[in-house]
Design a protein around this ligand. Structure first.
Ligand code: AMP
Ligand code: GLY
Length: 442
């Protein structure tokens, strides 16, 4: 036991998932003075104490958490949509995340859009369809550009941004007729297309109180200058100068607070990370909500964790005890953090894996973390690629420009195969000439 009677390092943590987000959460929780062991199920080549249980094996995860007295944190959306929190709570296990019903905010786009409308949250106009012909008839009559979205979970591949009605018809066929995203496309949302800058705004919620995390921005398209298909995210940075104090207040008032109140009054209270994917509309400069996620973002989590000064575990514990109102705002380092995702060449389409990664043996210093996602540790501690998004090289800097430079200088020292690695060269560079945001409060 510690000398300080207040500090008892007696919390074991189980982190569910295998991405860069989970590695970053574990890295941050490791710094808590009240966390003892951290397990990952199933984890990746960068995480230790990996447990060979998949995120969908809810009963096995519960058994493990019970045996090892764990506080469980859920990374990805699928176990949340499958009701892992409901199951754990019934078993009297401590778990951080929303229930199955609350997770509908992410697992059904139609549910989320109806919820937004009912609670006055600004969002693009939409209609939902189960019949492809009806959807096409509607699409050809629209005067704006359209976005076609699978209603169900589709690992970031169920959204098709269209330039004209021919593309919209093709997208409807891909989702509803060819079923490119399987059952997720049996119902679709056809949405007005907006233009503008996007940002990710994530809060911690204990059902009544919200504590905002630092603002961030993802880079979703695979190629530089936002070209090519959407991916899970090719890089991110925090904070983003797009979210100044004024916009921050508008997002809280128009999106986050109505969402939390709406959940209490019309659905079920929301506990967990609530992630708003927001577009700042080009002409009006007003924020519109494109989507909710009911979890941390990946790769937004990586720079956010690098900047967090406070003890994350204490906040997660307060959230499940519904005591966030007694917590102070989270403290952040007055620095920028940039995460460049190194992917397998070909991602998000076909790619090869199983290549030994070179360069991980260097010590890159305290301001850089190489978070793993699609990796596997082999004999003699060597690490192989094992997925599309492989690493998230994340660096801190006093300005965006310095953080960008630091991240890319590490990226340039890491490689695998014969030119089998790929990364975008423009992560956060659009903003690297701007100084610090007017207010560095997030
Ligand atoms: P979502 O999963 O709904 O956030 O969509 C994924 C990405 O598709 C977003 O980050 C945007 O880049 C794009 N997108 C989604 N909805 C719209 C929209 N209504 N207008 C323009 N782009 C959109
Ligand atoms: N970076 C986008 C997401 O986590 O959904």
């Amino acid at each position: 036991m510690s000398q300080d009677s207040d500090v008892v390092k007696n919390n074991n943590v189980l982190i569910i998932g295998s991405g860069g987000r989970e590695h970053a959460l574990g890295w941050k929780l490791r710094q808590s003075d009240i966390v003892q062991k951290i397990y990952f199920a199933p984890g990746n080549g960068g995480t230790f104490q990996n447990v060979n249980i998949q995120p969908t094996e809810i009963d096995k995860l519960a058994e493990f958490a019970k045996k090892n007295e764990c506080f469980t944190i859920v990374g990805p959306e699928t176990p949340l949509a499958n009701g892992i929190v409901d199951y754990f709570v019934k078993e009297r296990l401590r778990i951080f995340g929303p229930t199955r019903q609350a997770a509908l905010l992410e697992s059904s786009k139609e549910f989320a859009k109806q919820f937004m409308n009912k609670n006055g949250i600004p969002t693009p106009v939409f209609r939902a369809f189960s019949d492809p012909e009806e959807a096409k008839n509607y699409a050809v009559k629209q005067k704006t550009g359209l976005v076609i979205k699978a209603d169900g979970l589709a690992s970031g591949k169920g959204v098709i941004v269209c330039n004209n009605s021919n593309e919209a018809i093709d997208a409807i066929d891909r989702l509803m007729v060819k079923r490119e995203c399987g059952i997720a496309g049996s119902r679709i949302v056809v949405e007005e297309r907006l233009s503008g800058e996007e940002c990710s705004f994530i809060v911690l919620c204990d059902s009544r109180t919200i504590i905002p995390l630092a603002s961030s921005q993802d880079h979703k398209r695979v190629f530089d200058n936002d070209n090519g298909p959407n991916t899970g995210g090719m890089g991110s940075y925090s904070p983003t100068p797009i979210v100044d104090e004024n916009l921050y207040n508008t997002i809280i008032k128009q999106i986050m607070e109505p969402a939390v109140k709406g959940m209490i009054h019309h659905v079920t209270p929301f506990k967990g990370f609530l992630y708003a994917g927001i577009m700042i509309e080009e002409l009006t400069k007003q924020p519109y909500l494109l989507e909710f996620n009911v979890r941390m973002g990946d790769p937004e989590c990586q720079p956010i964790m690098m900047r967090m000064k406070s003890d994350l575990f204490r906040y997660l514990e307060s959230a499940i005890n519904e005591e966030l109102d007694s917590m102070l705002p989270i403290e952040w380092k007055n620095k920028f953090a940039v995460c460049v995702v190194m992917a397998s060449r070909g991602y998000p389409l076909k790619y090869s894996q199983g290549h030994f990664i070179k360069g991980l043996e260097y010590d890159f210093g305290p301001e850089v973390m190489v978070f793993h996602s699609g990796t596997r540790r082999c004999s003699r501690n060597r690490v192989k690629t094992d997925g599309g998004r492989v690493l998230g090289v994340t660096a801190l800097g006093d300005t965006i420009r310095m953080a960008v430079k630091a991240a890319y200088s590490v990226v340039h020292r890491i490689s695998w195969g014969e030119n089998e690695h790929y990364y975008r060269t423009d992560i956060a560079t659009k903003y690297s000439s701007s100084g610090k945001p007017a207010s560095f409060f997030l």
